[in-house]
Each structure stands twice: as structure tokens, then as C-alpha cells.
Design a protein. Structure first.
Length: 340
């Protein structure tokens, strides 16, 4: 506990790839600034919803494995995890363990002063590689260009305003909790289950689809690809049969989350949240918005099957996803807090 009674999370171990994220940095793409933000915005919004926050509040995004965090504060903290389970370890002042509680994805929980939250590995649980931690009242960080989203390549946002991942010893300030902290609940119907094999991803036609002949299109939409080891928040390669275009260089044009570019190698590259703002390779396809939470949970080695989608189907899938999000929480008070 600090002398000024300011509550904070202390990073004991940072996990594989833990960053501070929100909805992203909009309005600056014309200046070459990527949007970034939560890779799985639906999961991040659900974590915030459970914690009683606005959906766009800053959260911790945990990838592959989560951190170990110790809470320091006068009053118990309300928090929520979405996407994985966690373990809350209670210790006495001398450091001896008093109790150990398993925290399920989709439930709010009380986090007392001095307790450590441990997240562990994610992918081996079979339901995705990313999870989100939301704190009632929100995490505090200085916004850069209107957002706290971590952008490691540009060096913007995040815990230190330089876009980096968390490190051991970091202290993350917590905003004061408002009365809305008790208005949360538990997820009734988790929006994602075990990862299928192959994972079906739905795409709209890209602006340069005409540069690809029938054989190339039949290959993209008829074959199975593998998520490569060339993988980060900017995007990943779809390994599989080569796809050839009439030409592989175009005048640089806008790209976004979900754009599929095809360079001269013939290996499609699927762009993600930290994608650059423009690209010079043909844009074969664009992922539908409703599949963004799906692709955000993929990891290297998983198999992917591209599926052609119409605009009407894409809109229908997005409406269905929104209905599931709106109805995701139990209203009953009994589901509010996991026992600690």
C-alpha cells in the first residue's frame, strides 16, 4: 500500500505478451497511425460489461500466457476475466498462503489487498490464445492521440505511453470505482467454444479480386491453410498452396483489420489489429466483421478454411453476434461475484 492510498496492480511476472488495450486509435490513419486496440474487441467488451464498465474502457490483453499480478489498495477490487480461468492466491502479511480460489471466465470477483492473480497458459485450454482482464472503474494510463491502446511498432500508448508490453515491476494505476461496479453479472452463454479444425473464416471480395483468375480463387476458397509462425498483432501468413495474381504490385492502397494481401510469394497475408494503414500488394479478400473475434483467437499451427461470403450474409452474421453480446449476462445477483 502506498502512502497516498492510490490503488494499483503490481506486475510480478508479465506473461508472454500482455498489453494495455482499448477500442483503438481512430481518426489518424490518414497520417499513417494504425488503429490497434483489442485484438478481440468482443471479448474485451464482455470483460468490461461484466465488471460494470463502459465497453471501451482499457483492459489488459493477455496472449499465449497471462501475467501474475498483485493488487495494492485499501478496499477490495472488483474485476472480471473473459476468455480463460485464473487463480487468486490469498496470503497473510508474512507471505504465507491462506487460500487459493479458481476464477472462471465470465464472472466478476472481489480482489483483496495483497492477493495475487495468476493466469497461466491459455492456448492449451482449447478455446483461444487471448483473454482479457477488466477492472471495475478502469485502468489508468495517459491517452496518446485519444487512446491508451499499446502500439509497439509506433511506440504509442500502453502503460508507459511508449507502446511496450508489460514488464515485471510495472505498476498500473486503477481509477476510482463508481457505483456501477455492482451492476455486473456472469456470462450466461460464452461467445466462443472450443476451436474447430479447420477454423472457417468468412471473407468478402477484395478490391483487387479481378487480378486473380478462377484457379487462384478456387485455391483460396477451396483449400485449407495453416496459421504460420510469422505471427504477431500486425498479421500472419496463411501457409498452403501458392496463389498467383496477374500482377503482385499495385499502387499503395488502404488496408485494415481483415485485409488479405497476396505478395509475389503467393502466400496470403491476413492483416490484424496493428496493421499498417496502406499496402502495395493485391487485396484478394476482406474478413467479415463478425469473424474478427474468431481470427483474434487463432495461434500458429491451426488450420484455416476460407469461405466466400456475401455482403448480406456478413450483415446477418454481425446482427446475430450483436444479439448474443446484448444477451450475454445473467440478471441474477447470485451470479455476481465468485466467492473469495
Amino acid at each position: 500500500m502506498t502512502a497516498d492510498n492510490k490503488a494499483f496492480l503490481e506486475v510480478i511476472a508479465p506473461g508472454a505478451w500482455t498489453t494495455l488495450q482499448d477500442c483503438g486509435r481512430y481518426g489518424y490513419r490518414a497520417l499513417g497511425v494504425p488503429v490497434c486496440g483489442a485484438m478481440d474487441p468482443l471479448a474485451a467488451a464482455l470483460a468490461n460489461k461484466i465488471a460494470g464498465n463502459d465497453s471501451g474502457n482499457a483492459v489488459l490483453e493477455m496472449t499465449f500466457s497471462g501475467p501474475v499480478l498483485r493488487y495494492h489498495g485499501r478496499d477490495p477490487l472488483m474485476a472480471a476475466i473473459y476468455g480463460t480461468s485464473g487463480t487468486l492466491v490469498l496470503t497473510e502479511q508474512g507471505g504465507a498462503e491462506i487460500d487459493r480460489q479458481t476464477l472462471l471466465s465470465g464472472s466478476a470477483f472481489a480482489w483483496p489487498d495483497g492477493a495475487e492473480l495468476s493466469m497461466g497458459a491459455l492456448c492449451d485450454r482449447g478455446n483461444g490464445c487471448r483473454a482479457y482482464l477488466a477492472i471495475a472503474g478502469g485502468l489508468s494510463a495517459a491517452p496518446v492521440l485519444g487512446s491508451v491502446a499499446s502500439d509497439g511498432r509506433s511506440g504509442l500508448g500502453g502503460h508507459d505511453s511508449l507502446g511496450r508490453t508489460l514488464r515485471a515491476g510495472d505498476r498500473i494505476a486503477i481509477n476510482s470505482c463508481s457505483g456501477s461496479c455492482s451492476d455486473s453479472g456472469a456470462v450466461r452463454d460464452p461467445l466462443r467454444g472450443p476451436v474447430s479444425d479447420p477454423v472457417r473464416l468468412h471473407f468478402l471480395s477484395g478490391p483487387e479480386e479481378a487480378l486473380f483468375d478462377k484457379e487462384a480463387l478456387d485455391t483460396f476458397y477451396g483449400k485449407i491453410f495453416t496459421v504460420s509462425q510469422r505471427f504477431d498483432r500486425m498479421g500472419f501468413v496463411l501457409e498452403g498452396p501458392a496463389i498467383r495474381a496477374a500482377r503482385h504490385d499495385i499502387t499503395s492502397a488502404p488496408v485494415t483489420f481483415g485485409t488479405v494481401q497476396v505478395p509475389a510469394s503467393g502466400n496470403p497475408y491476413l492483416l490484424l489489429a496493428d496493421a499498417q494503414t496502406t499496402g502495395g500488394y493485391p487485396r484478394l479478400a476482406v474478413l467479415i466483421s463478425a469473424d474478427r473475434p474468431v481470427v483474434a483467437q487463432l495461434w500458429p499451427g491451426l488450420r484455416v478454411q476460407p469461405v466466400r461470403c456475401t455482403l448480406a450474409e456478413a450483415r446477418q452474421r454481425l446482427r446475430a453476434l450483436k444479439r448474443r453480446f446484448d444477451n450475454a449476462l445473467w440478471p441474477s445477483a447470485e451470479q455476481l461475484v465468485a466467492p473469495v
